[in-house]
Design a protein around this ligand. Structure first.
Ligand code: F2R
Ligand code: MG
Ligand code: MG
Length: 357
């Protein structure tokens, strides 16, 4: 195993934050679409154009995925810690300033209640969602990258802070554990040297092992599987092994892993897209494995901005920003500020002294 030096970690931080942004921006035009083979060609042409020589066009706007990641990053940078009161106020303020960013309908209700109650109990509105069940949406997972970066060297804090930031909007175990799995996947990617031999099955086995300790006390939650994420990760493994050198069958991936707004049927899909894109994929013509991962994620249709963004965060943490095509970044709104946030997070993550590790 090659040691990762400090400058490579810096590139990986940038890669992950820019991965959030590019996956979101490039995926958002297709959100909720059922992509036919014709639209996959449109997607290929669109990516080719964006990666090619710079042309004049309005920037592609980011959505709630990047907006909430930005709020979380800015809060961590300013407070040098996870300050839930500060964070929740930023979420609400940014939503009311820019309500057009495509927020989930449930999460909007949380923001309305928080504002109306003048933030008297910042955790109550999320607990009341969906008749007290809480949200199982992928909103807590899609925004968790800054926590994964901030805690890149501290696993216990990573789990604890990811859970805490989730509870502001998502209290269903599926919503919380999806965020934890996404954060763990980013952390794993950060600690692998991109030039080392990469065993995708080991990567999944490590995630399964860790989720074993996260998915506990699930009885009474009325879940089909006792350890639902572990179950999905085993499907990821089967699909990776089954396919060998054959092409991925999108329909099977969508049916078994999913492409929707729930954490359970989107986070494992993003992990699969990152891992599958280590090898060429038919219909996706690029030599760049970062682009291949997000283009493949978006080609699955459904919640394309979010699955694209989560795939981008994991892939960017693996490859670093030097593998993200600069001309693609040029077309995404706020790419410079996402790069700056990554650098600031890198600085504070290395300054912070953890009480325990
Ligand atoms: N919301 C969207 N896209 C809709 C299109 C927006 C449109 N472009 C426009 O504005 O015009 N995308 C974003 O939402 C997803 C993340 O959602 P989040 O933050 O988890 O929100 P929420 O509302 O908590 O959950 C999403 C939906 O999931 C269902 N749901 C969740 N928990 C449930 C439960 N316990 N029981 C029943 N249903 C539950 C509900 O339908 C929620 O509305 C991302 O895709 C992001 O891009
Ligand atoms: Mg979105
Ligand atoms: Mg989405």
């Amino acid at each position: 195993m090659t040691k990762i030096d400090i400058s490579l970690f810096g590139k990986k931080f940038r890669g992950s934050m820019l991965g959030v942004l590019t996956g979101d921006c490039l995926g958002s035009p297709y959100e909720n679409e059922d992509l036919s083979s014709g639209s996959k060609l449109v997607l290929q042409n669109s990516f080719d154009k964006l990666e090619g020589p710079i042309f004049k066009a309005p920037v592609i706007q980011y959505t709630d995925d990047s907006a909430m990641s930005k709020s979380l990053a800015e809060s961590l940078i300013e407070k040098k810690d996870l300050d839930l009161v500060d964070l929740v106020k930023r979420f609400v303020k940014n939503y009311y300033q820019e309500p057009y960013r495509g927020y989930g309908s449930g999460v909007i209700k949380v923001f309305e209640k928080l504002r109306r109650s003048k933030f008297s109990d910042i955790l109550l509105p999320a607990k009341e969602q969906f008749n007290g069940q809480g949200s199982f949406g992928n909103g807590a997972a899609m925004r968790t990258t800054p926590i994964a970066l901030f805690c890149y060297n501290n696993y216990n804090n990573l789990i604890d802070m990811t859970k805490k930031q989730s509870l502001i909007t998502h209290t269903h175990k599926i919503g919380i554990d999806g965020a934890i799995l996404q954060a763990i996947a980013i952390q794993q990617s950060l600690h692998i040297h991109p030039e080392d031999k990469f065993d995708v099955i080991n990567y999944v086995d490590e995630l399964v092992h860790k989720m074993n300790f996260i998915e506990v006390d699930e009885e009474g939650l009325d879940l089909e599987e006792v350890q639902p994420y572990k179950n999905q990760l085993n499907i990821v493994k089967t699909l990776l092994l089954e396919e060998g050198d054959k092409e991925p069958i999108s329909e099977k991936v969508i049916e078994q892993l999913g492409n929707d707004i729930s954490g359970l049927r989107s986070v494992p899909t993003a992990i699969f897209c990152f891992l599958r894109a280590q090898r060429p994929i038919e219909g996706i013509k690029t030599e760049n494995p970062f682009r291949r991962a997000i283009q493949y994620a978006i080609s699955l249709g459904g919640d394309t901005d979010t699955i694209g963004s989560m795939t981008g965060a994991i892939a960017g943490a693996f490859y670093g920003d030097n593998n993200i095509p600069p001309n693609i970044l040029h077309h995404c709104e706020a790419s410079r500020s996402f790069c700056q946030m990554a650098d600031n997070l890198f600085q504070i993550a290395n300054e912070v002294e953890w009480n325990s590790s």
